[in-house]
Design a protein around this ligand. Structure first.
Ligand code: XMP
Length: 511
């Protein structure tokens, strides 16, 4: 239990994860619970404040999600956002009605600087609105503290009861003063002291893991990716060699990657790691397979089989570690129980291995927070800042059927490209970058002789969520150096192209 924490009560809004994120950005720990959470549970949480999220419903719909009215009697400050604001008005005797005009997007906002929420902020600013209903009558004891041209009660408060509400979304970037409003709620209203740091989270998580696991045996499938590495490392800090990690090297990793994982975890951190060198087995299974989805399926299934075989040697385990992170939890909907990542390297495992419980030490964190946690734990930056790498690895970057020779060519070309990007200091700006063996051969000339060799494509993208992406404007001289080095240093490659398509209509990977 954190000494100081905020509860985000989830009413199904799309920005809920962002609210939690913003609270932690202000160095205050927070938890998200579904709207139906019992009053006893909330009371037991000893929260400094509660934030009601937005949500898609109308409070006037009898089926709308509601909380107990008694929640307002706990003496805990509450901030309602959007639907959460309307719910507060509705439950406390105000009225909510359908607005004449739906307000959507960025709109001008006039603030009352006497409100503690808006202290030190400009009287005129803007905010992000997304609502159809609005508060049409204030509950008794409340006053309006902000308005927009279309919304008379864009904010309201009852300072005596420490109840605050905003119709707009302070958590999104489009509300420029939103962060400061949230900060005022946390510090001036809830009296938080902002002691929370990632190191505190890490220490707390380790202590909790130790208490949960006790003397139990723990198993983890380590892929070398950021999430599973940080999760495994945290569990290792808690219970040391009670944890066994199985690292299946399918031979589809990038150059030197398998060795890095092994070195860091066994030599540097003395972890109980079993590296399964299954390169040959995967190559045999994938022989002659050209279809990308079939490759994925084969790799996923083989991975599970191998993990299962190894786990059997270990014998009975009590816990299975998963690197589930918050966006994975959110994707599954409000308040769902453990979600098993569908990535090939963990999906399906719980069905084949018997264990008591899944341990997910990162399930409250966002990706960049996981990286911070990794750094706080002392993991090497190369591992913490690793760019995303698909589970099926290089198998989906060799177009068509893979062979050991093609993999070797791609691995070398990819290493050179990555080295040049990193040498140019572009690593943080280009979010994913790699080489692809296109499956096309072209004519070239080398030392007066005609060649007929592979075409390598280089891909670099910028993106925030990997759902959409733009091709990265990598400087020509960096591309030139990479191209020159690849054709000179890698046998059987005589042409390099750079992929200049965004996603959509392309995807980031070629297969
Ligand atoms: P696409 O190619 O769909 O990729 O634009 C989006 C992101 O997902 C990664 N990716 C995968 N990750 N298993 C994974 O674990 C896969 O089969 C897979 N396919 C794509 C891709 O690298 C990018 O970051």
């Amino acid at each position: 239990m954190q000494t100081e924490s905020i509860l985000v009560l989830d009413f199904g809004g799309q920005y809920n994860q962002l609210i939690a994120r913003r609270v932690r950005d202000e160095h205050v720990y927070c938890e998200i619970l579904p709207w139906g959470t019992s009053l006893e549970r909330i009371r037991a949480g000893r929260y400094r404040g509660i934030i009601f999220t937005g949500g898609p419903s109308s409070v006037n719909d009898p089926k709308a999600p509601v909380c107990s009215q008694d929640l307002f009697e706990l003496g805990i400050p509450v901030l309602g956002i959007c639907y959460g604001a309307q719910l507060m008005a509705h439950l406390l005797g105000g009225a909510v009605a359908r607005a004449e005009k739906r307000e959507y997007g960025r709109v001008p906002l006039t603030l009352d600087p006497d409100s503690v929420l808006f202290q030190d902020l400009p009287g005129q600013t803007s905010c992000w609105m997304s609502h159809t209903d609005q508060i049409s009558r204030l509950p008794r004891g409340f006053r309006a503290t902000a308005h927009t041209p279309a919304c008379a009660v864009a904010a309201m408060e009852n300072t005596a009861q420490k109840l605050y509400a905003v119709q707009f979304h302070p958590e999104v970037e489009h509300t420029p003063e939103g962060r400061r409003m949230l900060r005022h709620f946390l510090y001036a209203v809830c009296g938080c002291s902002g002691q929370w740091q990632m190191t505190a989270f890490v220490q707390d998580a380790i202590a909790r893991l130790r208490a949960t696991i006790g003397q139990g045996r723990v198993l983890c499938a380590l892929s070398g990716g950021v999430d599973s590495s940080v999760a495994a490392f945290m569990v290792h800090q808690a219970v040391g060699r009670q944890l066994t990690c199985i690292f299946v090297d399918h031979g589809l990793l990038r150059k030197d990657e398998g060795d890095l994982v092994e070195r860091v975890f066994t030599e540097q951190f003395d972890m109980n790691l079993i590296r399964v060198n299954a390169q040959e087995r995967f190559l045999t299974l994938l022989s002659g397979v050209a279809d990308a989805e079939t490759k994925r399926k084969i790799i996923g299934e083989a991975f599970i089989r191998i993990f299962e075989e190894e786990a059997r040697h270990i014998g009975k385990v009590d816990y299975l570690v998963q690197g589930t992170i918050y966006p994975d939890v959110i994707e599954s909907g409000t308040g769902d129980a453990a979600v098993i990542k569908s990535h090939h390297n963990v999906g399906g495992l719980p069905e084949v291995i018997s264990f008591k419980e899944i341990v997910e030490p990162l399930r409250d964190l966002f990706k960049d927070e996981v990286r911070q946690a990794g750094l706080a734990l002392g993991l090497p930056p190369a591992m913490v800042w690793r760019q995303p790498f698909p589970g099926p690895g290089l198998a989906i970057r060799v177009m068509g059927a893979i062979t050991a020779e093609k993999l070797a060519i791609l691995r070398e070309a990819d290493a050179i490209f990555r080295e040049e990007i990193e040498r140019a200091g572009l690593g943080p700006a280009v979010h994913q970058y790699f080489a692809v063996l296109t499956g096309v051969r072209s004519v070239g000339v080398m030392g007066d002789a005609r060649t007929y060799d592979h075409v390598i494509a280089l891909r670099g993208v910028t993106t925030t969520d990997f759902m959409t992406a733009d091709w990265a404007r990598i400087p020509y001289d960096v591309l030139a150096r990479a191209s020159e080095r690849i054709v000179n240093e890698v046998q059987q490659v005589n042409r390099i192209v750079y992929d200049i398509t965004s996603k959509p209509p392309s995807t980031i990977e070629w297969e």
